[in-house]
Design a protein. Structure first.
Length: 523
């Protein structure tokens, strides 16, 4: 993997996409043509987003949606996952994507919708006047393909982005296009490991991170939308292995001393036998969470280790990926983009072992926390659950630190089951139920029930925290409030079951600074 080249590409891609999307936005706002008139709904959404989020945030979000999708399609092209190559040529001698070549020969893949197929044929056969028929046909096919991927991978290709489709750069085929850049930068040898997705994200946001820290030096607090850029850090492989092997690996060896797992754990540290071990009788019982999962590097290695554990226990290699995704691994982040990449990375990992995983309809247990205002009128909920609901209004800011008592897990699960058993037919009631279900799902992820908690937490001193976050940690975590990495040490312990394992990278300052004395005593 050529890291300098990938970093240069990711940074230039962000700039190019923002520039081209800004140009497209300007055209949409100041022009009127038949294409735009037929998409008034999408234009209205864009106008609303401009008002609520501002132009800069809209450009940032849209640019990343397309960077995310196009690089993921390139990865799947190179891995042979797509039935034909969507953003890549069929051979090294060609330059245009194989998808376009198929369209030009009159072969429209079944994944393309009938409406899109008709539009494609109208472009290519001249029934729609346009100076660039190939470009328009390819763009239409690409958008339809992304929509077709919404069912198996909703975390990456959610079918709600029609406004983002309207902002997609017009030129996707020339030598100067973003797709040509992707073909040149992401080589087949770079995509042998899904780890590349995490590195691309790290490089993509690196300039944004510099902007946030430059503002911090001018005493500007880190706002909720900028926390991911300020704190997101891709974890090197050896550190990931060290943490996972000495938590998940140790848990399994404690329960299975004769296991051969030890031989493949390069960073496992032998210790004296533990007296009070956490008992597990089957791999299906184990639950591991990364509460600050980023692009999922920790979860991906945990998948590998769990696969070996299941194999050792005699499970069928075909059923193992489905069991792991369903039972074992959980991820939480406040960054929608990072969480979608973590889910994508786990799906790609599962696809290595089971090519039928997409059709199985099993999605990774990875969520991006959303701000939720819960109306619990008419519901009998405990005071503890009501208090947790209140914190969800600031979920994008507080993240996995939102307090959830172990006592309310049965109540959460009972309410979720009640909604599943009796969905409402009334639209207003259904919308309320959907909001409640989202809130309950988020709190269920945050409940203390994990055998292993493994993470690379955010690092942010009190001076960088916005007022809401700073006030929260002072109240909820007075013994570790000086920095988020220390706060997450406490939270990690809260998330785990008794005698569970916490694997975490942290700064050494907590071991000797007087401000952490109470934290040391607590641990």
């Amino acid at each position: 993997m050529n890291h300098p080249a990938l970093k240069k590409f990711a940074q230039s891609a962000r700039t190019k996409l923002r520039t081209q999307i800004a140009s497209r936005l300007d055209y949409i706002l100041h022009n009127d043509d038949p294409y735009l008139r037929s998409r008034q709904k999408e234009k209205t959404i864009i106008l609303q987003l401009l008002e609520t989020r501002g132009e800069d945030q809209l450009l940032e979000e849209t640019a990343y949606i397309w960077f995310n999708r196009l690089t993921a399609l390139r990865f799947m092209d190179n891995q042979g996952i797509n039935p034909l190559r969507i953003v890549s040529p069929a051979t090294e001698e060609e330059s245009q994507p194989q998808l376009l070549s198929e369209l030009q020969q009159g072969r429209i893949p079944p994944q393309i919708s009938s409406a899109a197929a008709e539009e494609i044929q109208n472009h290519l056969q001249g029934r729609i006047a346009t100076p660039h028929p190939d470009r328009e046909a390819y763009k239409t096919a690409l958008l339809s393909w992304c929509n077709a991927m919404a069912a198996p991978m909703p975390f990456l290709f959610e079918k709600i982005d029609d406004w983002a489709a309207l902002l997609l750069p017009q030129d996707l085929l020339s030598e100067e296009s973003i797709i040509t850049d992707i073909q040149k930068a992401i080589l087949p040898e770079d995509t042998h490991d899904v780890e590349i997705i995490g590195w691309l994200y790290q490089y993509y946001i690196s300039e944004k991170k510099d902007e946030v820290f430059a503002a911090l030096k001018k005493n500007k607090k880190i706002t909720p939308e900028n926390i991911p850029a300020a704190t997101q850090l891709f974890t090197p492989e050896w550190i990931v292995r060290y943490m996972v092997e000495n938590s998940l690996g140790r848990l399994w060896l404690n329960n299975n001393p004769a296991s051969h797992l030890r031989s493949q754990m390069r960073y496992f540290v032998e210790t004296d036998p533990e007296q009070d071990i956490l008992k597990v009788s089957s791999p299906e019982e184990i639950k591991l969470i990364d509460p600050c999962c980023g692009s999922g590097h920790i979860l991906v290695y945990a998948f590998d280790l769990l696969f070996s554990i299941y194999e050792e226990e005699g499970f069928s290699p075909r059923e193992i990926p489905r069991l792991i995704l369903k039972n074992n691994l959980y991820g939480i982040d406040i960054d929608n983009r990072a969480a979608s990449l973590a889910a994508f990375a786990l799906t790609m990992k599962a696809l290595e072992k089971d090519r039928g995983i997409l059709e199985a309809g099993i999605l990774p247990n990875v969520i991006s926390l959303q701000n939720v205002e819960v109306d619990s009128t008419g519901l009998k909920v405990s005071a503890e659950l009501s208090a947790s609901f209140a914190y969800l209004k600031d979920a994008k800011n507080l993240g996995s630190l939102i307090p959830v008592s172990q006592n309310i897990l049965p109540e959460i699960q009972a309410l979720k089951e009640e909604f599943r058993a009796a969905p409402s037919s009334d639209l207003n009631t259904q919308e309320k139920q959907d909001t409640l279900s989202l809130a309950l799902t988020q709190l269920e992820y945050l409940s203390p029930r994990y055998h292993c908690v493994v993470t690379n937490p955010p690092y942010m001193g009190g001076k960088g925290m916005n007022p809401s976050l700073g006030s929260f940690v002072k109240k909820q975590y007075p013994d570790s409030k000086s920095d988020l990495f220390a706060v997450f040490m406490e939270k990690g312990l809260e998330l785990s079951v008794r005698t569970g394992y916490l694997g975490m990278i942290n700064q050494q300052s907590w071991m000797f600074l007087s401000s952490y004395e109470k934290l040391r005593n607590k641990i």
